[in-house]
Every structure is written in structure tokens, then in C-alpha cells.
Design a protein. Structure first.
Length: 283
């Protein structure tokens, strides 16, 4: 990933640019964000729902997505790689990220900062280099549901049809995964992202946890009680007040995907589906 000096880029293209935010950053040149929480996962895995409910916690400031926060220069480049390593975390970028994120946390009067951005699934080592005390929550969903949702998004939006991988997060080595058959390509995309995150997660030890989208829908309060505990947040009944008793899980993929597409997904990513326990009848 090529890196250009920040400065002009940072001044004119920084996220949520305001005189007040720039003044705060000028007065706090060494600001540091402590123990940020990052939600990662394949696109269309329920990460948005997960972070929205997570941010009902009274002590959390949620700045999710923030594409230009992470990549103010190449965010809209359709050919840019989304996989960054620890070596990509330059001192200038680390300072910039800490100042923006700490400004956001303080400006919202919250104790902790949380972000969800699917591209960050390919940047765990980068984020770890920038935020050594960060905690990571990996949202995993049945790959068949993910493929169905991504295909539907691509089908509805012409803009996505013109971008590699539908404009969604691209795993390491994504160019080798490009296929004419979008069901095959998307299954490979899901598999590559999930495997990459899990591999990175093993190196994080207790700073990493996984949550199944299906469990979150079936038992939201129990699930968030554990997620809050993992993140070092209080998990009493008051903290869980914004979490519903149950959520409706969409299973439209069961009828939306054709038998041919299901067979393609099984051929491309069946090993991971079985490894994660996603198997059995689909009709």
C-alpha cells in the first residue's frame, strides 16, 4: 500500500472536518486512545447490527465505517488493496488515528471507543501496531447467507457491478479470487476473509473473541452480556437496557439461492462451512 505524507491530505480530507475538531487536535498533539474495540467480519455478516446494538451501551462512543478516517487518500480507489500489515502503520498515521479517535471519544463524553469497518478485517495487524491494547470482536455468519446478501446488493446497485468484489472488502490475494461466476467468487471472498481474521485472531490471544450472528439473534441479551464483559465494559441490567430479548434472523438465502448456486458455494467454501458448523438441509 503506497503511503503519501499526511498534512494537506489530512487537513482538507480528514473525516468530520470542523474548526472545533482541528482546534482540539492542535491542542492535543500527543492524544492517545486507550483500549479501542474493533468489530470485524466479512461484509453482510451482521456487523452493522452487531455494532449498533453494542453502541447502546451507555459508556461507548461508536464511530463506525469511517472509510476516510482509515484511508483518507485511497478509500475510493477500486483497485486498492485492503490488506495492510503492521509495517504499514507509520508513526505519522498512528498519531493521526489516535488524535482523531480520542477526539471523537471525548467529544461524545464516553469512556470507550468502538468501530466497525469490514475493511479492517484485513488490517488487524495494522490496527494492533497502532493500538496495542485494542480488543477485537469477529462477527461470523453462515457463508450461504453472506453470499446471498452480497449477490443481492450487487444485483441492485449498478455501481457495485462495476467494482472488483462488488466494492466490498477485499481479502489478501483478492485478484486470484476473481471469477465470472459471482456465487463462486463471493464464496471464496467470504472464506478468505473469515480464515484471515481467524488466523490473525489466534495471535491476539485474549484480545480476540468470536460471536455468531445466529446466536446473537437467538439470544441477544446473553450474547451482549458476554461481549460487554470481554470488552471490559460493565454488563449489568442497566447496560443491557438497549438490547432486545430476541431478534428476527433473516433466512431468505434458503429460497433466494438456486440449487446451482448452493452447489457452487459448497464446492468453493464447503470445508469452512462444515468447520464452523454450518451444514445440513437448506430447504
Amino acid at each position: 500500500m503506497p503511503h503519501l505524507p499526511y498534512g494537506v491530505h489530512d487537513f482538507f480530507r480528514a473525516p468530520r472536518w470542523t474548526t472545533r475538531s482541528l482546534a482540539w487536535r492542535a491542542l492535543h498533539p500527543t492524544a492517545r486512545l486507550v483500549e479501542p474495540i474493533f468489530l470485524v467480519g466479512s461484509p453482510r455478516s451482521g456487523t452493522t447490527l452487531t455494532v449498533n446494538l453494542f453502541s447502546t451501551h451507555p459508556d461507548v462512543a461508536n464511530w463506525s465505517e469511517g472509510g476516510r478516517l482509515w484511508d483518507p487518500i485511497h478509500y475510493h480507489d477500486p483497485d486498492a488493496d485492503h490488506h495492510w500489515t503492521a509495517e504499514d502503520a507509520t508513526p505519522g498515521q498512528i498519531r493521526r488515528l489516535h488524535r482523531w479517535c480520542e477526539w471523537y471519544r471525548q467529544s461524545h463524553g464516553k469512556a470507550r471507543f468502538v468501530n466497525k469497518h469490514p475493511r479492517n478485517s484485513m488490517r488487524i495487524a495494522y490496527l494492533r501496531a497502532a493500538f496495542p491494547d485494542a480488543r477485537f470482536i469477529h462477527v461470523i455468519r453462515d457463508g450461504r447467507a453472506v453470499v446471498s446478501s452480497i449477490l443481492a446488493q450487487i444485483g441492485r446497485r449498478e455501481r457495485r457491478q462495476k467494482r472488483p468484489m462488488g466494492g466490498f472488502a477485499k481479502p489478501p490475494g483478492w485478484r486470484a479470487l476473481m471469477r465470472d461466476d459471482l456465487a463462486e467468487q463471493t464464496a471464496l471472498q467470504w472464506q478468505a476473509i473469515v480464515r484471515h481474521v481467524r488466523e490473525q485472531g489466534r495471535a491476539l490471544g485474549p484480545a480476540y473473541t468470536e460471536v455468531r450472528y445466529e446466536a446473537l439473534c437467538a439470544r441477544p441479551r446473553d450474547t451482549y452480556r458476554e461481549l460487554f464483559r470481554f470488552a471490559g465494559l460493565r454488563n449489568d441490567d442497566a447496560a443491557l437496557a438497549g438490547i432486545p430479548e430476541k431478534l428476527e434472523e433473516s433466512e431468505s438465502w434458503r429460497t433466494r439461492l438456486s440449487p446451482e448456486q448452493l452447489a457452487t458455494i459448497e464446492k468453493s467454501a464447503g470445508e469452512l462451512l462444515r468447520e464452523l458448523g454450518y451444514s445440513g438441509d437448506v430447504r
